[in-house]
Design a protein around this ligand. Sequence first.
Ligand code: GAP
Length: 461
Amino acid sequence: MEELTMQKLVAYCKNRGFVFPGSEIYGGLANTWDYGPLGVELKNNIKRAWWDYFVTKDENSYGVDCAILMNPRVWEASGHVASFSDPKMDCKNCKTRHRADTLIEDYNTKHGIEMAVDLMSKDEMSNYIKEHNIKCPNCGKCDFTEIKNFNLMFQTKRGVTEDNSDVIYLRPETCQGEYVNFLNVQRTMRAKIPFGIGQIGKSFRNEITPGNFIFRTIEFEQMEYQLFCKEGQDEKIFDEYKHKVMKFYHTLGLPEEKLRFKDHDKLAFYAKAATDIVFHYPFGWEELNGIHNRTNYDLTQHQKYSGKNMLYTDPVTGEKFIPYIVEFSVGADRLFLTLIANAYTEETLDDGETRVVLKILPRLAPIKVAVLPLQKNLSEKAHEVFKGLQKDFVCDYDESGSIGKRYRRHDEIGTPLCVTIDFDTLEDNTVTVRDRDTMKQDRIKIENLKSYITSKIFGDN
Ligand code: GAP
């Protein structure tokens, strides 16, 4: 198969009902996307897989679902008001806005230069851009304004007065809800350290150079998990979870050779360690997931700004301390892109035709089973089988076009199994089940279909 381009992937996602451009009939709104009927199923399955793996199947884990709008003091305590910013500059010629660090990184990647751009000051970035004549990607001129820091939080106002004291923010990350509820969860669940809190929810960032489809958007969903532990346990937990998180991606079918750890060159002043899991996307190696040892900074800050005690009391020793936090975090949309880019396959068949197959892990597939009557006059029996399967699986009923075309249609959207009803079905109550990946067919009794499908779809668990 030729290398997958983003252009092809975006067109595929749009044409097959996975992801549509946001507000399309109004000309769109840059870097917003809407999930279609298949996209929402796939995304829900991804979120469910994450939640099951890290929250429900771990006895020391608890879930929360916190408000997007939080008291603005939260964002002062977290440091976002003062310093959640990117270095931006405008092209004086075409007036487009750019991130200085991204332009340098793109230039360096193209020229095979390895450099820690995140360690550079604004002046160093400015000089580097001039010295290397790095051009505006839009108009090709190298004539930029001074680099300024641009805060990424979206602001809005509550109430009726236009007063600055009413400013509130759309959360730029979900984890602060987990921090401010740390003691609520600990007390109500009688949780003992070390324990974790997971959350899935929307975050918003006024990204300057969003792009690459759903890789970086201004509105996205995060799946974030915070492990609360005692100082001294943190390094071991960081190491354990690094590997647990990597293993999770392998269980979703992402191959080892397309995933790597990448340690941060520059740590936040409070952080002890930070590693990304990076994936090989069609546009290069980029961050999929962050893992951070945040020390006791977050809870210490919330204690300071809220005036409320954030101490944990050890039930055995009675010792009181502010817990350390090890965090891992991934965007649900980014993981969606990762999985779909990895699964999209074009195969050349013996007859020279191309078969597009979405080789997604069966339990993540948007539609699990398609029910296909061989001919329209078998539709009564086929409907009966369809209704039976619908109770347990997300199914599609499809009787339009030749059986070959229908198989291809379902291969393309990743349906793992196609159940075909033919004339023998009327005689012996058996059906043919075709496997998406091998294209092999089994003859199965209708009464055994549910267990057959269950083991094929969820047998990897
Ligand atoms: N609480 C820590 C935190 O938010 P981050 O590295 O800024 O850390 C974590 O974000 C993850 O969220 C990233 O690894 C990425 O998967 C996802 N993410 C961040 N910004 C995003 C954006 N603009 N669009 C889509 N996903 C994003």
